[in-house]
Design a binder for this molecule. Sequence first.
Ligand SMILES: Nc1nc2c(ncn2[C@@H]2O[C@H](COP(=O)(O)OP(=O)(O)OP(=O)(O)O)[C@@H](O)[C@H]2O)c(=O)[nH]1
Ligand SMILES: [Mg+2]
Length: 306
Amino acid sequence: MGFFSKIKEGLKKTRNSIADSVTGVINSFTKIDEDLFEELEEILIMSDIGVNTSTQICDILRKKIKETGVTDPALIKNMLKEIIAEILGEDEGLNLETKPSVILVIGVNGVGKTTSIGKISAQLKAEGKKVVLGAADTFRAAAIDQLGIWAQRAGVTMVKSVEGTDPASVVFDTIASARAQKADVIICDTAGRLHNKKNLMDELAKINRVISRELPDSSVETLLVLDAATGQNAVNQAKEFKNVTDITGIVLTKLDGTAKGGIIIPIKNELGIPVKFVGVGEGIDDLQPFNAEEFVDGIFETEENI
Ligand SMILES: Nc1nc2c(ncn2[C@@H]2O[C@H](COP(=O)(O)OP(=O)(O)OP(=O)(O)O)[C@@H](O)[C@H]2O)c(=O)[nH]1
Ligand SMILES: [Mg+2]
């Protein structure tokens, strides 16, 4: 399956929910009035776009309609697409300028951190980069094994220690190994499941201290992984992580299994953090760089147009 159709396929459930209901509202009105705006806003809220962002979208739409003098409801869909594309802004890829660069992957348990690391490793390897993984989720032995399987699949090396080792020391060892191997990119897995939130945040702070001490001039990407299926909860998780660490990008996983893909819009709008990748399946090829234009097309096109 090609790149474009994978995103489209992954967004199928979201599209069925958003496009169908937006079209339904638009078709049920013959003129643009306040009732239409209200129904539209309700639908956007129900499509996981959240109250604040949905209100904002409708306010911009009201203004645009006033300015342009548009009276035909059928024209609203394209205007909505434009407004959402504008909110999503420019796409941003990974910043991996230095050799080595670091990608620290964080997020609560089960969101898809380890899987996404496997997928990103395979992509970087295909670009000719030498990648070293650090198994800094030492909370469970199984987590180390799982990352090992992905390292093998992607054809990259991994530095690990035993369960219970201080994760920051694994990161330290990974940096040393990457230096010795003249690697291009270090990717560190972290635990999402700790005894409590304070432990988790302290651990991340300690890992960050090791990275900035050992590689003070390196590019560091901190990718927060969020599970799209958790909807508004994903936005709340991002807010909590943002309070304690500098997040440079979001990986939004499991778009393929949910109708809640609209969550990308408030994530970008309310947190100001770019979505850099979207996960559209469990396979090694199922992670795509986020492209706002494709996303907007993917959620608004009706089935027969695809
Ligand atoms: N359908 C689908 N499944 C995904 C995607 N990304 C990850 N998964 C699945 O989600 C489950 C959890 O993924 P992991 O990578 O283990 O998540 P994690 O964040 O590392 O979890 P912990 O190590 O327990 O904190 C696995 O079964 C993955 O196959 C995706 O984009 N789509
Ligand atoms: Mg994991």
